[in-house]
Design a protein around this ligand. Structure first.
Ligand SMILES: NC(=O)c1ccc[n+]([C@@H]2O[C@H](COP(=O)([O-])OP(=O)(O)OC[C@H]3O[C@@H](n4cnc5c(N)ncnc54)[C@H](O)[C@@H]3O)[C@@H](O)[C@H]2O)c1
Length: 355
């Protein structure tokens, strides 16, 4: 199959590009290289798979999208985005332009090219977010030393009302709704995947985004770690390659998924609190890790884990890698990429002993 991956030099995108190419698919990456880590990921992909093609372009640029979409693709993974809630609060306009307008322009480019024969259009797979559900109304309780839903053991399903919160939640949520509607209104094959917390290699975690990778990386290199809030917040963790498996399953079944939205995460079985992750890291690294504290950040849900039954029913997909195994693999990547991560951190004015 032929894939276009917007944001293909990002964390999820580079993992997707590697796996798709390794399985023999044709891959074109479109990325603006907004994130410093994207240059590192591009160099890594070029070393592994020189056949992967790259276009340096912005998803807000309609002319660039038209040029790229002149080629035939079977599926478009739309991952390009402004990804941090904190950044969206500092600069809501840019956040809106990249996430909402950029997605809209991509949908319009697809409609312009394929509106006359939407059944021949590539499937647009959109990397949406669980933030579209905002602060959930069912209430939370402290249970077994971490936050939990009062009465929702299977987690949040797609039937939960949408409630966008924070500029990031609004820009991603608007894009999510446009994606679903372009199937309803124009018949284009589109699907929104509302992703929970994704983690894995090539995620150069930062304090404001990618907390699992950031905690692991900071713990290994002795950088300061802060809990915003009580540290008992809970998320379901999904190993990045499990997510890419779902992208592949969706791309193979466009008729099944078109016009739908799916919650995609580790589900109830693969959830962890911030503190539990630290305990896991301490056990694996064999030492105590100091942690500071600060007030809760806007848009930070005390608990979120999703119900993945819809993806299981439609596509036979289930998360496979449990957090304990995923954290082992993540630590292995961090340790073997010490020099590369050191160069990345140095760009941010942080230094670690590399060697
Ligand atoms: N990582 C997660 O846990 C998670 C959870 C939910 C949703 N998502 C969504 O998944 C997608 C990928 O996330 P990620 O973690 O790989 O982030 P990332 O920051 O590593 O990757 C995003 C990529 O998009 C590129 N990009 C940004 N703005 C662009 C623009 N205007 N034009 C073209 N490229 C642009 C960046 O350079 C980067 O390479 C994002 O849309 C994000 O909102 C991620």
């Amino acid at each position: 199959m032929r894939f276009l991956i917007t944001g293909g030099a990002g964390f999820i995108g580079s993992n997707a590009a590697r796996r798709l190419r390794a399985e023999g698919h044709d891959v074109l990456v479109l990325d603006s290289f907004l994130r410093p880590a994207s240059r590192f990921n591009r160099a890594w992909l070029e070393r592994l798979h020189p056949e992967i093609r790259f276009v340096e372009a912005d998803v807000r640029d309609s002319a660039a999208l038209d040029r790229v979409l002149a080629e035939h693709f079977d599926a478009v993974l739309h991952l390009a985005g402004q990804v941090a809630v904190t950044t969206s609060i500092l600069d809501p306009l840019t956040d809106w332009e990249i996430n909402a307008l950029g997605t809209f322009r991509l949908l319009e480019a697809l409609r312009k090219r394929h509106g006359g024969a939407p059944d021949r259009a590539p499937l647009l797979i959109y990397a949406s977010t669980n933030k579209v559900y905002g602060h959930l109304s069912m209430g939370e309780v402290l249970r077994d030393g971490r936050w939990d839903f009062r009465d929702l053991p299977q987690g949040v399903s797609e039937l939960e009302p949408l409630s966008f919160e924070s500029p990031y939640g609004c820009s991603k949520g608007a894009a999510d709704q446009y994606v679903v509607d372009y199937h309803r209104s124009f018949g284009l094959p589109t699907v929104a995947l509302r992703q929970s917390c994704i983690y894995g290699p090539r995620q150069f975690g930062e304090e404001d985004q990618g907390w699992v990778a950031w905690f692991a990386l900071a713990a290994v290199f002795g950088l300061p770690i802060t809990f915003y809030g009580d540290g008992l917040q809970v998320r379901d963790l999904l190993w990045v390659d499990d997510l890419v498996g779902l992208y592949l399953a969706a791309a193979a079944a466009p008729g099944k998924v078109a016009g739908r939205a799916y919650n995609v995460g580790g589900g109830p079985a693969f959830r962890l609190s911030l503190k539990e992750l630290m305990v896991l890291l301490e056990k694996k690294l064999g030492r105590k890790i100091p942690v500071g504290s600060a007030p809760t950040r806007l848009g930070d849900q005390p608990v979120f884990y999703c119900n993945v039954d819809r993806a299981a029913q439609d596509l036979g997909w289930r998360p496979r890698v449990p957090p304990s195994e995923g954290v082992d693999r993540l630590l292995a990547w961090i340790l073997e990429s010490r020099d590369e991560i050191g160069r990345f951190l140095a760009r941010k004015g942080l230094s670690i002993a590399t060697g």
